[in-house]
Design a protein around this ligand. Structure first.
Ligand SMILES: [Zn+2]
Length: 154
């Protein structure tokens, strides 16, 4: 399968057009998956060897936990990478290495995925990161369109 084509098809399936805001993207993913999506910053995350974000699937919702970063763009990229996995329909088995410190109140057997973003060594990780870049570009495009609009009409 051509990964580039599948990523394009996955994005087209979201029905968002060429540019969109981050919030529009989150809404589209929720619609697509018919599940609530919550994005939570974990202040304590970040000191644990490069762990940037985690996607947890519980019975009722998708949870993206991400590390704190002073750069809003970094934070967004962490989350976009996880959204990319969802959009691409990646399914992960429980990661036995998922540390319990993350969310001790979520039972182990409901966890699906722990991400270490620096491990971009599998096809799925590379495709997700590529799609995350593409999503970031579409969000940037949306912000630029908006500011141009304000310049002209504001
Ligand atoms: Zn990943």
């Amino acid at each position: 399968m051509n990964n580039d084509v599948s990523a394009s098809a996955a994005v087209a399936g979201l029905d968002l057009g060429e540019t969109f805001t981050f919030d529009e993207l989150v809404s589209a993913v929720q619609r697509r998956r018919r599940r609530r999506l919550r994005i939570v910053e974990l202040v304590d995350l970040g000191d644990h060897d490069g762990l940037c974000a985690v996607w947890l699937m519980t019975d009722g919702e998708d949870l993206v936990l991400h590390a704190h970063s002073d750069s809003a763009l970094h934070r967004q990229q962490f989350v976009l990478h996880e959204l990319a996995h969802m959009i691409l329909g990646h399914n992960f088995d429980d990661d036995p290495e998922a540390p319990d410190f993350l969310l001790p109140d979520i039972p182990r057997n409901t966890r699906r995925r722990l991400l270490r973003r620096q491990d971009l060594d599998t096809v799925e990780e590379v495709v997700a990161e590529t799609l995350a870049d593409r999503l970031a570009a579409a969000i940037r495009g949306s912000a630029m369109l908006r500011s141009r609009y304000l310049e002209i009409f504001g």
